[in-house]
Design a protein around this ligand. Structure first.
Ligand code: NAD
Length: 470
């Protein structure tokens, strides 16, 4: 049984009364344990982050160097970390390697990002400087679908801006994040990055702890609302990256055979457990049948299995509640007029596997269309005219990302601009998620953004100072 340590004040902390089991979703078997952080350890982590804050804030060059070294460390350990990530999360090894590589990319981006001085004048004509000051201690909370990357998307800009961090990974997937903390422990001053593990209410304790001045949260909309309410009590800054129910609109001039592969992977990558994934397709009624055939052929050909097998393309669902949720929504769809063209049920084997599912969905209300299913099941709904498709795509509480698929670029771009969300792409989905571009949801998909200078700004407050002589 592997056991892992938390990082508190630059030390490995395994001293925990109770251990939390971590299961491999491909087998359902527990293979590792992590500490369950208690209130006293959380206090220690927050106090350490507070002590480390002022010297860290003052050392701009040191912060850049530390982020670069963290990227180097990740790249050197990529093979073992990718294996660990697959074992705890279920994704195929190739995707785990990509997640580690992208985490390093984010660290390098922020290591290299300048925080420019802005100089302007006040009413009296005196030159003043507007500076971005860090906020203090950041509470960072991550989900289980991209455990390391989504943690690094907080750590990198928070640290670059001069904050210190207490990070809490999901109790389903704490291992890679704890291992990362252990690997970079010597590259950071004690207390700058503290990583604590455990089941709820650890996240709730962290959000309501008096020390953090900022909460950066990625997870479901339901939890995000609780986080916002708790953060409001302490008047804390928040960034919330929440759920999505992304639509893809397929125009009648699209070629189903041509787009099927890309559309399929836009929905099924990481087994559909991606916030910015296609979760409902609106296909023009003239091509819905051909699109269903093309997507079904793709779904039937996909290799489902243990992510540690290099030939696997789709792993298991990540945890039992997620498997249960997908099954419940698919059963509900089948009971209300949808047809499973392929799949539609869990696979009878150890682990949390669900057959890749393509649903022909009738127009009208259906839970799997209206709610975020976050799994390998894709409803394809027919529409008659584009206005109707845009109305349906904009319906509902989410507004994360969306896509339009067509052979006419101008027509697709016009439809794209009518969609209410944080990012729209044409003939691809969510391909503009990169370190330099803002990413965030509209409506109940979130508050604020991550990435780019905009993401860094979320970890700062503005201050007007007299301009030093040139
Ligand atoms: P979740 O909301 O259940 O949990 C997210 C994190 O919050 C976990 O670490 C959990 O332990 C913690 N948590 C739970 N209750 C808390 C509380 N009361 N206070 C503080 N923290 C608490 O979400 P999940 O199931 O881990 O992740 C899936 C969800 O995340 C999906 O809805 C998905 O769309 C969303 N997500 C969004 C983005 C984005 O960038 N918008 C990215 C990835 C995932």
């Amino acid at each position: 049984m592997d056991s892992h340590a938390m990082t508190i004040d630059g030390r490995a902390d395994t001293d925990s009364g109770a251990a939390l089991d971590v299961a491999n979703p491909a087998t359902g078997e527990v293979f590792a344990q992590v500490p369950q952080c208690d209130r006293q350890q959380l206090d220690e982590a927050c106090a350490a982050a507070e002590r480390a804050y002022r010297p860290w804030r003052a050392d701009d060059a040191g912060r850049r160097r530390a982020l670069s070294r963290m990227a180097d460390v990740l790249e050197r350990a990529a093979t073992s970390l990718a294996r660990m990530l697959t074992q705890e999360q279920g994704k195929p090894l190739a995707e785990a390697r990509t997640e580690i590589a992208r985490s390093a990319l984010w660290l390098r981006y922020y290591a290299d990002l300048d925080i420019p001085r802005e100089v302007t004048s006040n009413d009296a004509g005196d030159r003043v400087e507007i500076v971005r000051r860090p906020l203090g201690v950041v509470a960072a909370i991550a989900p289980w679908n991209f455990p390391l990357l989504l943690a690094v998307r907080k750590i990198a800009p928070a640290l670059r801006a001069g904050n210190t961090v207490v990070l809490k990974p999901s109790p389903y997937t704490p291992l890679t994040t704890l291992a990362f903390g252990a690997l970079v422990r010597d590259d950071l001053p004690p207390g700058v990055l503290n990583i604590v593990s455990g089941p709820e209410p650890l996240g709730a304790w962290l959000v309501s702890h008096p020390v953090p001045r900022k909460v950066s949260f990625t997870g479901s909309t339901a939890t995000g609302m609780k986080v916002a309410a708790a953060a409001a009590t302490g008047l804390k800054h928040i960034t919330l990256e929440l759920g999505g129910n992304d639509p893809a609109i397929v125009l009648p001039d699209a070629d189903p055979d041509h787009i099927a592969d890309s559309l399929f992977w836009s929905a099924f990558r990481n087994n559909g457990q991606v916030c910015a994934a296609v979760k409902r397709v609106y296909a023009h009624e003239r091509i819905q049948g051909r699109l269903l055939d093309a997507l079904t052929a793709r779904a039937r050909a996909v290799r489902v299995g243990d992510g540690l097998d290099e030939t696997t393309e789709l792993g298991p669902l990540s945890n039992p509640p997620q498997l249960g949720r997908v099954h419940e929504l698919v059963k509900d769809a089948l009971a209300h007029g949808a047809t499973a063209v392929t799949g539609g049920r869990p696979l009878h084997q150890p682990g949390y596997f669900f057959a890749p599912t393509i649903l022909s969905a009738p127009p009208g209300a259906l839970r799997i269309v209206d709610e975020e299913q976050f799994g390998p099941a894709l409803p394809v709904v027919p529409y008659q005219d584009l206005e109707e498709a845009i109305f349906l795509a904009n319906a509902g509480e989410y507004g994360l990302t969306a896509s339009v698929w067509s052979s006419d670029g101008d027509r697709a771009a016009k439809a794209a601009s009518a969609l209410e969300c944080g990012q729209v792409t044409v003939n691809a989905h969510a391909t503009s998620i990169c370190p330099s571009l803002p990413f965030g949801g509209h409506k109940r998909s979130g508050i604020g953004v991550e990435n780019g200078p905009w993401g860094l700004h979320e970890f700062t407050g503005l201050q007007v100072l007299p301009c030093p002589a040139a």
